[in-house]
Write a protein of this length. Structure first.
Ligand code: 9PG
Length: 599
């Protein structure tokens, strides 16, 4: 399998029918004129540096710039490791010509915006991966090939694999696309793009991904040194109904449990956007809640969706100018809706507005909110639904890419929270936040159920994004190489209870073992009064094995998934820290489990 340079193209922003300009490219270093822009390319053995300049007299909006390669000498079926866009986006291996991109199935624009860098539907037959990909074919003795972007905080990098269109030359094409999301470039200005690297010819898929992640982490100053995290979270037991009483009851029960962080999830806030005021279910204010947690000897943790605001929240009412705008054909159609959750109310049937993170006052507000919650006593923040500023729309500074908008928001939160705070990204475009977060959720939500049926799919193609423990398992296995290279992995919570759940004891154990082998964060989300001695013994085992795997990751050897390139449901995870798991992802049973005494 070989990448042969074919073309360079650029998609300019002109409404929904963006003109694509293309020029042939044989892999040379040089400058290539495409309409108003010029793309400079400097080709090295494994690494291509590039930039785009605006040669026109006025500003131009650029949707994307791409290096296009032909994939020569490949033996089908060709498999593509598809890294999802954000925390919850399904990540596993797909087959070209067989699998489809979910955006091509119709679907819902908000889901496309949440789960892909480019919210417009992919072309028929195309597969995409974000930030990095690994390709493999069926030729005997062939080794996998990684193609990736050496950064992600300035713009997204989408790898698109398309079947060959030329009848005389049916080889597939791979587009390495710098996605700029219509960011404008002023006349005479140059935008440096993230380098594109490719690597193959020997190492296995895990080694390739670990090596790529290690260099990214090093170049971007990843925060990888936080302690192994053990704690409690309210969400997967109480969901939106959580009360202060539940919190206090669990704090009392927790006396006998080895938790550090005690994290209050969604449900305490007066409104989405009004983070400093508590709801009726929480009579205490934030500092009262933090004191109660601290008084019980735990570290207070708090959930926020910092970039979302409910239409009827105080912040939206008082500062309508802080909201991103929806523009259609250049016409302003009101505040931009970036998510929908009926449980949040908000005055518009659950639709939420997105903060404009390019607006200096909105950024000061975010900085202030983060400083205030840390001051109130919460040094651990779970920052959720943070893809919001990446949604296409009208923003105060049209020169920023979606990645820059998300990153500016996170940078403001970090400034406010201070460098000692522990920031956990969730629902976050992963490429945008290396170096600013301490940890990231790397999969969809678990749920007190193992799997969902096809008939439970809400939006065609996006079943894998819906809460289910099986979905979280897939990403825990397929993204293990990120752990301690880019941040700490949060695989999502353990659920150890055997009542008030549809997750059977065997599935709960399988999930707990996966969390353990991954070395990722171990947060329990149960009403502690429901847990017995067996649950406690399981948690103790998770922590011991998790610490051993985490120690190996600190030494540069995160857990590996040996069947990563085999299909849509990887099943195995192995840590040199001494544990190996083989699951049946369909049923949630454990097929094989072996541990070496980690003590
Ligand atoms: C709180 C929850 C928990 C959870 C987060 C996040 O696609 N969806 O509709 C969707 C809804 C909720 C969700 C993820 C996706 O969960 O991951 O841990 O904090 O918010 O509302």
């Amino acid at each position: 399998m070989q990448l042969v340079p074919l073309a360079i193209d650029v998609v300019l922003s002109e409404g929904d029918t963006s003109p694509t300009l293309t020029t042939p490219w044989s892999g040379d270093t040089g400058a290539f004129r495409l309409g108003p822009v010029e793309v400079h390319v400097e080709v090295g053995p494994n690494r291509t540096k590039w930039s785009v300049a605006n040669q026109a007299t006025g500003a131009v909006g650029i949707r994307s710039v791409a290096l296009v390669y032909r994939l020569m000498d490949s033996t089908p079926p060709i498999r593509m490791f598809r890294n999802g866009y954000q925390s919850w986006s399904p990540t596993a291996t797909a087959v070209l010509g067989l699998d489809v991109d979910p955006s091509t199935l119709g679907g819902h624009e908000l889901l496309r915006a949440a789960h892909h860098a480019d919210q417009r539907p992919a072309r028929a037959g195309e597969l995409r991966s974000e930030w990095t990909t690994v390709l493999a074919d069926d030729a005997p003795g062939e080794s996998p090939l990684l193609v990736g972007f050496m950064g992600g905080d300035h713009h997204d990098g989408t790898l698109r694999l398309v079947p060959g269109t030329d009848p005389g030359q049916p080889a597939p094409e791979l587009r390495a696309e710098a996605f700029l999301g219509d960011a404008t470039l002023a006349s005479g200005r140059v935008r440096i793009l993230h380098d594109v690297v490719h690597n193959g010819g020997g190492p296995g898929v895990s080694e390739l991904l670990e090596e790529w992640a290690t260099s990214i982490g090093r170049e971007a100053g990843a925060r990888t040194q936080a302690d192994y995290q053990v704690g409690w979270c309210s969400w997967y037991q109480y969901f939106h109904q959580v009360t202060e009483h539940d919190l206090l009851a669990n704090l009392t029960e927790a006396d006998r449990w080895p938790f550090d962080v005690f994290q209050i999830d969604d449900g305490y806030q007066a409104a989405i956007g009004d983070w400093l005021d508590t709801s009726d279910q929480f009579p205490s204010d934030l500092s009262g809640l933090a004191s109660a947690i601290r008084g019980a000897g735990r570290t207070p943790g708090l959930w926020l969706a910092p970039f979302l605001v409910a239409p009827d929240s105080e912040v939206a009412q008082r500062h309508p100018d802080w909201l991103a705008r929806r523009t259609v054909g250049g016409v302003d159609r009101g505040p931009l809706r970036t998510w929908w959750n009926p449980a949040w109310g908000g005055g518009l049937d659950g639709y939420m507005y997105g903060l404009d993170t390019t607006h200096p006052d909105a950024l000061s507000h975010l900085e202030h909110v983060a400083a205030a919650v840390v001051d109130a006593g919460f040094p651990y923040l779970k920052l959720d639904f943070t893809f919001s500023p990446s949604v296409d729309g009208g923003y105060a500074d049209p020169g920023q890419t979606p990645a820059e908008r998300v990153r500016s928001g996170f940078d403001a939160l970090r400034r406010g929270a201070g460098s000692d705070a522990f920031l956990l990204g969730c629902g976050v475009p992963l490429a945008h936040v290396v170096g600013v977060v301490d940890a990231n959720r790397i999969g969809p939500d678990v749920a007190p159920v193992w799997a969902l049926g096809r008939d439970e799919e809400i939006v065609p193609g996006y079943l894998g994004t819906q809460p289910a423990t099986a979905h979280a398992l897939t990403n825990t296995l397929s993204r293990s190489w990120m752990h301690r290279n880019l941040w700490l992995n949060d695989p999502d919570c353990l659920m150890l209870r055997s009542s008030d759940t549809a997750l059977g004891p065997e599935s709960a154990r399988t999930w707990a073992r996966a969390v353990a082998v991954s070395g990722g964060m171990a947060l329990v989300s149960d009403d502690l009064s429901l847990l017995d001695g067996k649950a406690r013994a399981l948690l103790d085992e998770v922590i011991a094995l998790g610490r051993a795997s985490d120690d190996a990751a600190r030494q540069g050897r995160p857990a590996r998934c040996p069947d990563l390139l085999d299909g849509p449901s990887p099943s195995r995870l192995h840590s040199i820290g001494g544990s190996t798991l083989e699951t049946d992802p369909t049923t949630g049973t454990t097929r094989e489990w072996s541990t070496r005494d980690p003590t």
